[in-house]
Every structure is written in C-alpha cells, then in structure tokens.
Design a binder for this molecule. Structure first.
Ligand SMILES: [Zn+2]
Length: 260
C-alpha cells in the first residue's frame, strides 16, 4: 500500500484512493481475505497519518455483486469504515450454478462460453447484464467499476455482437438505471495502453453524456508504476467529446472538478 502512496506523491497527485478487491465468501488469488480486513484498514490509517502533509488519502473497496447475500449494500460492507465503495461485476453463475470469472483473457473467455454456456454467448452476456442490474438495484456504493468491461471479450469472441440491438438495449437500460439511482460511473483506463480502449468504451460515452451521469476517471492500476496510466488520455478524450467535469473525492466529499 505504501508503494502506491509513494508513487502517487511522486506523480503529483494531491488526493489518492486505495481500493482492494473486497472479500468474497471464498478465497481467490485476487481478493482480500476477510481476516485481513482489519490489517488493511490499520495500514491505511498509518499511511494517512504519515503522509498527511503531502496528500489526501482515501480508503475504499471494489465490491462484487455476486448474489443476494454478497454485494456492496450488505451490513458487513456498509459498516466498514470506508471512504468510498466501488460496485463491480466480475463473476457470474453458469446455467449449472457454477461461478465463473468473466474478467479474464479472451482465450479463456471463449472457453467459458463454449463449455459452460453451451456455446450460447448471448446467454452469458445477458447473465452479466442481469448481475449488473442487480448490483445497481442493491446499491450501497458510490460508482460502478468498469461498466460494460465484458464488451471487449465479447467482441474478441464474436465481432459485432455488441453492435446488435438486443445488446445495445441491455447496455442502455443499465445506464438509465444507474442514472435513476444517482450513481456515478468510472471511466477505467487500465487497458488503454495495452488494448487501446477504456471501460466503458468511448462508443458508450454518448449515452453517459445524454443521461448526465457523473464520471470518475481511474487507472485500476494494480501496480504502483501504473497509477496514472491512461488517465491523461481519458481526460483529453472526455474534453474533446464535450465533457466539462469529472468527480473527485476532495476534503472528504465528492466534488465536481473541471477537466483542464
Ligand atoms: Zn474490477
């Protein structure tokens, strides 16, 4: 955690948020274990104090919608002393009731829909959107993490599928629901350098603009050297598309900041 904070200070950030993947009801290689949450929060408090003259620090978690028992609005996550919560969907249930991770390589994704969804990619994508709708319905978080990230893998498997009317309808229904609930959406820049796209992709920004959904630009870095990766490019693109502001957490409040 301290390496991220040092990188943020070095890169001239004036405010920075740390958000581990939240605990799931089972262990994975990519999530924090529940038993480690007190240590996570204690380490954050230590750093907040140590760097208080240099940077505003915030602690959050990226919390999965998995099922009605596991999502950001549960008592457990609501009672943790977090400054912000991100709501995301990575995992979905197969027709046989198995949990699979959609946030995977295109090769693995292709295997998943062929083997676990009997070759029915549309059904897999619909399941992803159902989970995304339930996430928004449950609420309890500040912004949606990497909305529509699945489009990348879907397009790699079956070019053009995300241009089909039913897909576009699912996506617009999702953003309309996000707007109704007053939630923010993240522009996730993690894949920009490698894959040249943001999540949600530029193609989807028009609808965000029409719905006037507030945006947060994040690198989802996973590594200290990547905390700024793709952010300047995303902000530049937003500006070119006519967006005037993004949201930032400052002095403990979400504030609308002009894109300069
Ligand atoms: Zn994520």
């Amino acid at each position: 955690m301290e390496e991220f904070v040092e990188a943020a200070v070095r890169q001239g950030f004036t405010a920075y948020g740390i958000s581990s993947h939240a605990p799931l009801p089972f262990s994975t290689f990519w999530t924090l274990n529940r038993t480690k949450v007190p240590a996570y929060l204690a380490e954050f408090r230590r750093l907040k104090k140590k760097y208080k003259e240099e940077i505003e620090l915030y602690v959050g978690m990226e919390i999965d919608y998995l099922n009605p028992e596991q999502h950001p609005a549960t008592d457990y996550f609501q009672h943790l002393p977090l400054d912000y919560r991100i709501g995301s969907v990575h995992l979905i249930y197969t027709p046989a009731g198995q949990i699979i991770d959609t946030d995977t390589s295109p090769e693995n994704f292709r295997k998943l829909w062929k083997e676990k969804f009997q070759g029915d990619l549309r059904r897999l994508l619909e399941t992803y959107f159902e989970a995304s709708m339930r996430l928004v319905e449950a609420g309890g978080f500040d912004f949606v993490g990497h909305a529509n990230k699945i489009f990348y893998n879907a397009e790699q498997s079956c070019p053009g599928i995300t241009e089909e009317d039913w897909y576009k309808k699912k996506l617009s229904d999702f953003f309309v629901f996000v707007a109704e609930k007053g939630l923010m959406v993240e522009i996730n820049t993690k894949a920009y350098i490698q894959k040249g796209c943001f999540f949600p992709s530029i193609r989807d920004w028009k609808i965000l603009q029409e719905l006037q959904i507030p945006l947060v630009v994040n690198s989802d870095a996973h590594r200290p050297e990547l905390i700024h990766a793709g952010r300047a490019e995303a902000l530049q693109q937003l500006k070119e598309k006519g967006f005037k502001t993004v949201m930032e957490l400052r002095e403990g409040k979400w504030q609308e900041m002009p894109i300069v």
